[in-house]
Design a protein around this ligand. Structure first.
Ligand code: PRP
Length: 216
């Protein structure tokens, strides 16, 4: 049997995902060592491999087949636009992609003015402003702490993830428009889904059962 390889977006999602996989019998003891510098983990018995990658790289590994299966946020899937199958919503990591800014920016949006939009997600932001709102904007790509942009005058609004809303509130900003709902998703390589159909569909079925039980 060949190895089934999982790419997990490192951080909070990976922790939740490993717990969930454990519940369907897919374990990896090696990975639990907090001091390990190892990048890839193997369960010889089950013939599975895991690795943790930067979230934005997970769709890349899956598209090229270096990983059969990936677990990553919908934000990253939409932003990266890779060729892969999104097969399951895991229901955790729930948050929203929003246009945010100071209350004063609401007018600028309403009047369809040429505004500057800062975001870690330029593709999602462009798609929203061009194809949904039909508004021309200047996109400014940032890599983190995006809430700074309207505060220091880099942009009028931002497109960013809102979970609790605490970051916005503490910085005098708010949600101006909601773009879409986000959560953790399972993605599968297009060839793997055919070649390993049996193993992958069993895994998805088991995961669904566990998630349903948790929600009851
Ligand atoms: C994310 C996001 C917001 C924040 C939202 O940032 O970009 O800044 O979390 O969460 P809240 O609504 O619960 O306050 P992340 O922590 O991933 O880091 P970053 O700002 O460096 O991107």
């Amino acid at each position: 049997m060949r190895y089934l390889t999982f790419a997990l977006a490192k951080g909070r999602l990976a922790k939740k995902t490993l717990k969930l996989l454990e519940k369907v019998g897919i374990t990896c003891e090696e990975m639990k060592d907090p001091d390990t510098r190892k990048l890839i983990f193997v369960n010889e018995e089950l013939k599975v491999k895991f690795f943790l990658a930067k979230a934005t790289d997970v769709p890349t590994y899956v598209e090229y087949g270096a990983a059969d299966i990936g677990v990553v946020g919908r934000d990253t899937i939409l932003e990266e636009g890779r060729n892969l199958f999104e097969v399951m919503d895991l229901g955790y990591g729930k948050c929203k992609m929003c246009v945010c800014g100071p209350e004063s920016a609401r007018e600028l949006l309403k009047k369809n003015e040429l505004i500057r939009v800062a975001s870690k997600y330029p593709n999602i932001a462009k798609d929203y402003f061009y194809n949904v709102r039909h508004q021309t904007v200047e996109m400014i790509k940032l890599n983190g702490s995006v809430e700074l942009a309207p505060i220091v005058g880099l942009s009028e609004v931002i497109v960013d993830i809102v979970e609790t809303g605490a970051t916005l509130r503490e910085n005098g900003l708010g949600v101006l428009e909601e773009i879409c709902d986000l959560s953790a998703r399972i993605v599968v390589n297009q060839v793997s889904l055919k070649m390993e159909h049996e193993r992958i569909s069993k895994l998805l079925k088991d995961l669904k059962t566990v998630l349903q039980e948790e929600n009851e």
